[in-house]
Design a protein around this ligand. Structure first.
Ligand code: DX5
Ligand code: ZN
Length: 233
């Protein structure tokens, strides 16, 4: 994986057909997505359950781009090895998931994978300052994690801007997750985000039998973000 700040669209397979993950992933990649975002939930850190490392391993051969695994679980540390073995490229843990996030990020890096740090909307972004050198990605949640299709929390846009300033020249991606669609993508792109996760806004209206809808949705989100950046330049 090479680092750059170009806009990347990362569809969340939380909004895909769970009986058809392999074909859904092939469809979104054929239709131009950049990364595949995989939401792991434990019914404890967040009030919903999804899937674990076995599912990640099963879908890995279908992913040609980047497997971006978002862990909404606590504890994290006992499962890092399993998600690394499952083939994740990036493993993201929540700052709020335990007492020793610094150790967690070190443990992720020790597997040879990229380390991501996610922040709930209630967490001030300044909290990442002591952790920057351990992060390859910081994910700003623009909904409270747990479910797809929630409303974008606008006050998080300021937090993205603050984070962008904190990061400076460091090669750290800023990912935004929750409620991203063509109307909110310009706000987060202008504030400094480069990885846009979108679940419902990518999968809406399409299916593996009509994947061109996925392509149109991806292009609309990307187009809105890139147009906003051009305008600001
Ligand atoms: C929320 C997940 C998100 C979610 C995004 O807990 O981390 O990745 O699936 O879904 P949308 O884009 O529908 O808000
Ligand atoms: Zn996510």
């Amino acid at each position: 994986m090479t680092f750059d700040r170009s806009i990347k669209i990362a569809p969340s397979i939380l909004s895909a057909d769970f009986a058809n993950f392999g074909r859904e992933i092939e469809a979104i990649e054929d239709q131009g997505c950049d990364w595949v975002h995989v939401d792991v939930m434990d019914g404890h850190f967040v009030p919903n359950l999804t899937f674990g490392p076995q599912l990640c391993k099963a879908i890995r051969p279908h992913i040609r781009t980047v497997m971006d695994v978002h862990l909404m679980i606590a504890p994290v540390d006992p499962y890092i090895e399993a998600f690394a073995d499952a083939g994740a490229d990036i493993i993201t843990a929540h700052l709020e998931a335990g007492r020793h996030i610094h150790r967690t990020l070190q443990a992720i890096r020790a597997t040879g994978k990229k380390a991501g740090l996610a922040l709930n909307p209630g967490t001030p972004v300044d909290a990442v300052a002591p952790l920057l050198d351990l992060c390859d990605l910081i994910c700003v949640m623009t909904v409270n994690p747990g479910f797809g299709g929630q409303k974008f929390i606008r006050s998080q846009v300021d937090q993205i801007g603050r984070l962008r300033a904190l990061i400076g020249d460091r090669p750290i991606h800023i990912e935004v997750d929750g409620g991203v669609d063509p109307s909110t993508a310009p706000l987060v792109a202008q504030a400094g985000a480069d990885v846009l996760v979108a679940g419902s806004a990518v999968f809406r209206g399409g299916s593996v039998n009509s994947p061109q809808e996925y392509g149109a949705n991806i292009a609309n989100i990307r187009g809105a973000a890139e147009a906003a950046l051009k305008q600001a330049a």
